[in-house]
Each structure stands twice: as structure tokens, then as C-alpha cells.
Design a protein around this ligand. Structure first.
Ligand code: KDG
Length: 303
């Protein structure tokens, strides 16, 4: 049975290449996190509603190859799998979504596999999981309650996407949910917009004040700031030749949660996840360039 369950929306990806063509791939923040964790050796399951279409079939194949359990994936014959395009400009990557009315956005609290949620050690969800529809937002709140009542922990990445919802609503829902979570995994740009704060230490204080016992604030190429209520460490960035940061935060999340489940403390886990996330920026796409445990260990402890 999975020790980590990720809940959200997978998105078929088309990623712009230097020659202008689009390379097919797979994205969707929580699916990315699930695959990143599985590549580090965690036992992972994915929970969603997925279109009964060719892109949905592609995800089923992908998760099977990656060792992600799909017992809790429900196929929907009437709705489609969402799509996004990644284009690259001077300011970095831009996402264009074709996902309104997608199968995942039709998820409801009645879909929840209560036994699987009760059995998991960590549930991972995100702001995107909640942004896609009101019923998806409700589904995430309900899943959080089930996991916490059963004694499991909940991890949350705000993953603010203002194309999906306005900032004030995003802030209310995300912080409402995070106040019921154990592990906060915000990225600095999202956290600055959501909290209105600029200083990483004050942002970390804010998330600790919501009651999350572990905060790992990712700082892009500057590494991460990791805190528990009594300890705090700055983890420096890793110099890499980055071509596409799509999915880097999700890779951090998945690797971090996998290392926590393997018994690391949050600081050890963040050191590892910081390397994994840096390596994931060296190729195009969210999933393809994600490192495996041996790749990360090779960088951390070169022979
Ligand atoms: O974090 C990367 C994701 O944002 C990407 O894979 C697409 O899930 C996605 C989204 O909704 O933006």
C-alpha cells in the first residue's frame, strides 16, 4: 500500500523546443511530485479522475512504468484529460492551459477512496488541486480531514496559478487548507504573493504560525530555507545549466517527502531534494529530466 498519496490533476504537456516544435510529455504538479517520489524509492499512489481518452491512457502507462499505484485513479468516459503548453521567454517558462471542464475538475468528495486515504502516511495536495473547480477544492478539504483523523500527515504546495483563480480567493482557500496541514512546501514567488511578505524568514514564520510543523520554502536557484518550530537552516543553491524549470518545485516536493518517509529529518531531506530539483532543470519537460536516487546520490557523494 502507498505510504504517499498525491491528489490532483495530471496534464498532458506540450513543451516548446528551441526549434519551435512542441515535445509531448507529462505534467500536472501532483503527478510530477508522485513520480519524483517514486524515482527516489517511495511507495506512491495517485488519486484523481482521469479522462478515458488517449492522453489518459498515456498517464496510466506512465504511472505503471514509474511504479506509481493507480488503484485510486478513476476513469471518466464523459470528460477529457487536460492539456498545457509550455513556451519559453525572457522571463522563463509560460504555461497555457486547455483544461476547463477536465475529468479531474469534476472530482467530488464522494470520489474519495476513504480506506486508501486512511492507510497512507502522507497525503500531498496543492493549490492547483483546489483551483481547478469548487468540487475539487471541496474534495481536497475532505481528503485532508480523512487523513488527519486517521493520524496521517498532510503536505501542501501552494503552487499559485493566477490563470486558474484570483489572488484573494486563492489566498483564502490555500491558507485555510494549510492551517490543517503538517508540511508546507511553498515556492518563494508564490509565497510572496500569497503572504504579501518579502523576507524568507518572515514567510517561514507565517507558515509556522499556521501550525505546519515543517516548512521548506524553496528559493529557486538560491536553494531553500527549511524550518521546524525550533530549528532553521538555509540550504544553498546548486549551480546547474538550467534549460527548463517546469516541475522543479514538484521534484523538490516529491524528493523531500520520499526522504522524510525514508527516515531523514527535514534538513537532510531538503539537502537531498535541493539537489534533485536542480538536476531536474537540465532538460525540457516536467517529468523526463527528473533524476533517480542514484543520480542524486552521485552528485551528493561523488566517488
Ligand atoms: O509545477 C509544474 C506544473 O505547474 C505543471 O506541470 C502544470 O500542473 C500544472 C499546472 O497546473 O500548472
Amino acid at each position: 500500500t502507498p505510504e504517499l498519496m498525491c491528489l490532483g490533476e495530471p496534464l498532458m504537456e506540450f513543451n516548446q523546443q528551441p526549434d519551435g516544435s512542441y515535445r509531448p510529455g507529462h505534467g500536472g504538479d501532483t503527478s510530477n511530485c508522485a513520480i519524483a517520489a517514486a524515482r527516489q524509492g517511495a511507495r506512491v499512489g495517485y488519486l484523481t479522475r482521469l479522462g478515458a481518452d488517449v492522453f489518459g491512457d498515456g498517464f496510466m502507462d506512465l504511472w505503471s512504468v514509474e511504479g506509481v499505484d493507480t488503484t485510486t485513479v478513476r476513469r471518466d468516459k464523459k470528460a477529457r484529460t487536460g492539456i498545457y503548453f509550455v513556451t519559453h521567454g525572457a522571463e522563463g517558462h509560460v504555461f497555457s492551459y486547455y483544461r476547463a471542464g477536465s475529468a479531474s475538475s469534476l472530482m467530488t468528495p464522494d470520489d474519495l477512496p476513504v480506506d486508501a486515504l486512511r492507510a497512507t502516511k502522507i497525503l500531498h495536495v496543492s493549490g492547483i488541486s483546489q483551483a481547478i473547480s469548487q468540487s475539487a477544492a471541496d474534495t481536497v478539504f475532505a481528503a485532508i480531514d480523512v487523513v488527519r483523523e486517521a493520524g496521517g500527515r498532510v503536505s501542501y504546495d501552494p503552487n499559485l496559478r493566477l490563470a486558474l483563480w484570483p489572488l484573494d480567493r486563492a489566498r483564502a482557500v490555500i491558507h485555510g487548507a494549510m492551517a490543517r496541514c503538517d508540511i508546507a512546501l511553498p515556492g518563494i514567488d508564490d509565497a510572496m504573493q500569497l503572504t504579501g511578505l518579502n523576507d524568507p524568514d518572515r514567510i517561514v514564520d507565517f507558515y509556522l504560525s499556521l501550525g505546519t510543523g515543517i516548512v521548506a520554502l524553496t528559493l529557486g536557484s538560491d536553494g531553500a530555507l527549511v524550518a521546524t518550530p525550533d530549528t532553521r537552516h538555509r540550504i544553498p543553491g546548486r549551480k546547474v545549466d538550467a534549460v527548463d524549470a517546469t516541475g522543479a518545485g514538484d521534484t523538490f516536493d516529491g524528493a523531500f517527502l520520499a526522504r522524510l518517509l525514508a527516515g531523514n529529518d527535514p534538513f537532510e531531506a531538503a539537502h537531498y531534494a535541493n539537489v534533485a530539483a536542480a538536476l531536474s532543470t537540465q532538460g525540457f519537460g516536467a517529468v523526463a529530466p527528473m533524476p533517480r536516487a542514484a543520480d542524486v546520490e552521485g552528485v551528493m557523494c561523488p566517488r
